[in-house]
Design a protein around this ligand. Structure first.
Ligand SMILES: *Cc1c(COP(=O)(O)O)cnc(C)c1O
Length: 435
């Protein structure tokens, strides 16, 4: 096992990055803002392992924040990319692989009858909101506190981990006019949903929700909550959008909607469907998707959308998942990790709770024993983030790479073994024994 508390190459590279790139990173979650210290610069990934710029090895529970469900450099994905790259990387014209990836998504995700490929989760949610407004000819949207839908202006309010870490629940640059049409409700609170629909029902274009939230830590939407959303939106002609950028192909092959048996009108996807390359998608009922240009009038476009490399990596990933159906096994492994980490914490009388679903989980350190469960942003935000930071570094210094915030989910891949999980639990227990 690697054991180092000093990473000279990471330090040099991050100092240099700080002069070149704002904050030294190209996405804020990488900056270690919530745990302090210098980000670990990664040089390569192999299966369930990461190697940093100083040659240290880590068991990786971040997995690029979700996409790498088959682990790093999976042979099927590498082979698909190598084969594709020789024939050119982008044409700005239709290609066969776009049909293939679309077919795989439509076959898997219950709500999706037609799908449009984009380049990120942010583009997917931005486009889905525009489409919902164009389709309903209404203005208002509902989002839930602690849910993150990418950095779309109108959705960048009460947006969970990244915003919480940097204390900018409303980002500068998002005008009050843009945010004014966004109604914020508490997660997992069916009463707040019915009350709001009683007031504003026929003005609401869309409800967007993470059916399994991953961006305030893992918080699972209850059937009562999600069922209420489905009922109220149906009654009022509002478009229900499940943001499954994280949960899609992760909590089940068909996402949370398959797992819970609740079908939204539109679904946004990303992360896993790109197999580690930049891809997003939005899809849903044919009747709504027909409004997208050039079939309809709602504008949305992309120079690199559906490009050969991204679609090749996505197809390879989804085909492995479809053919091997690893979901029951992933669930067993996450249970093993959850039980082990919680036992270790209990041994030292540290108040904590684990939420998990499919291959996502979060260990929450509770700041007070009277919080019995983490069900929404209010309960999540009260967690002991200082203790989490200490835990994070103890594990990182002993070869385990956890997400660098209390408000992010841990992820498992198909190549994480029970041996690695048990090693992780041992490392965690040793860390806690020194707290
Ligand atoms: C990651 C994420 C997004 C944003 O996707 P990007 O590819 O980072 O733009 C949107 N919604 C959810 C639920 C996510 O987890």
């Amino acid at each position: 096992m690697t054991n180092t508390s000093y990473r000279p190459n990471s330090k040099i590279l991050m100092e240099q990055a700080g002069t070149l790139i704002p904050g030294g990173v190209n996405s804020p979650a990488r900056a270690f803002g919530a745990v302090g210290g210098t980000p670990i610069v990664i040089s390569r990934g192999e299966g369930a392992y990461l190697f940093d710029a100083d040659g240290n090895r880590y068991i990786d529970y971040v997995l690029s924040w979700g996409p790498m469900i088959l682990g790093h450099s999976h042979p099927a994905v590498v082979e698909a990319l190598q084969k594709t790259v020789r024939d050119g990387t982008s044409f700005g014209a239709p290609t066969q692989n776009e049909n293939k990836l679309a077919e795989l998504v439509i076959e898997a995700v219950p709500s999706v009858e037609m799908v449009r490929l984009v380049n990120s989760g942010t583009e997917a949610t931005m486009s889905a909101i525009r489409l919902a407004r164009g389709y309903t000819e209404r203005r208002r949207i509902i989002k839930f506190s602690g849910n993150y839908h990418g950095h779309v202006d109108s959705l960048l309010v009460a947006a969970g981990s990244a915003a919480a870490t940097f204390s900018v629940p409303n980002s500068p640059g998002v005008t009050s006019g843009t945010a004014a049409d966004t109604l914020i409700l508490p997660y997992n609170n069916p009463q707040a949903v019915t009350d709001t629909f009683d007031c504003f029902g026929d003005e609401i274009a869309a409800v967007i929700v993470e059916p399994v939230a991953g961006n305030m830590g893992c918080v699972v939407g209850t059937l009562d909550f999600l069922g209420t959303l489905r009922r109220e939106t149906e009654k009022q002609g509002t478009v229900l959008i499940f943001d499954e950028v994280m949960s899609g192909f992760r909590v089940a092959y068909g996402g949370a909607q398959q797992r819970f048996g609740i079908t939204p009108d539109l679904t946004t996807l990303g992360k896993v469907i790109g197999g580690g390359l930049p891809v997003g998608a939005y899809g849903g009922k044919r009747e709504i998707m027909r409004y997208v240009l050039p079939a309809g009038k709602v504008f949305q476009a992309g120079t690199l959308s559906g490009n050969p490399l991204a679609t090749a990596a996505g197809i390879a990933t989804l085909e492995v998942l479809r053919n091997t159906n690893p979901y029951a096994q992933l669930e067993q492994k996450i249970q093993r990790l959850a039980d082990g980490l919680l036992n270790a914490v209990n041994k030292y009388n540290i108040p904590a709770v684990v939420n998990h679903c499919g291959s996502m989980m979060t260990l929450f350190f509770k700041s007070s024993p009277e919080i019995s469960a983490i069900i929404d942003w209010d309960t999540a935000a009260k967690c002991n983030t200082a203790l989490f930071a200490k835990y994070f570094w103890s594990l990182a210094n002993n070869g385990v790479y956890m997400p660098c915030s209390q408000f992010e989910a841990f992820f498992l891949s198909t190549v994480h073994t029970d041996v690695m999980i048990d090693e992780t639990i041992d490392v965690a227990e040793q860390a806690l024994s020194q707290f």
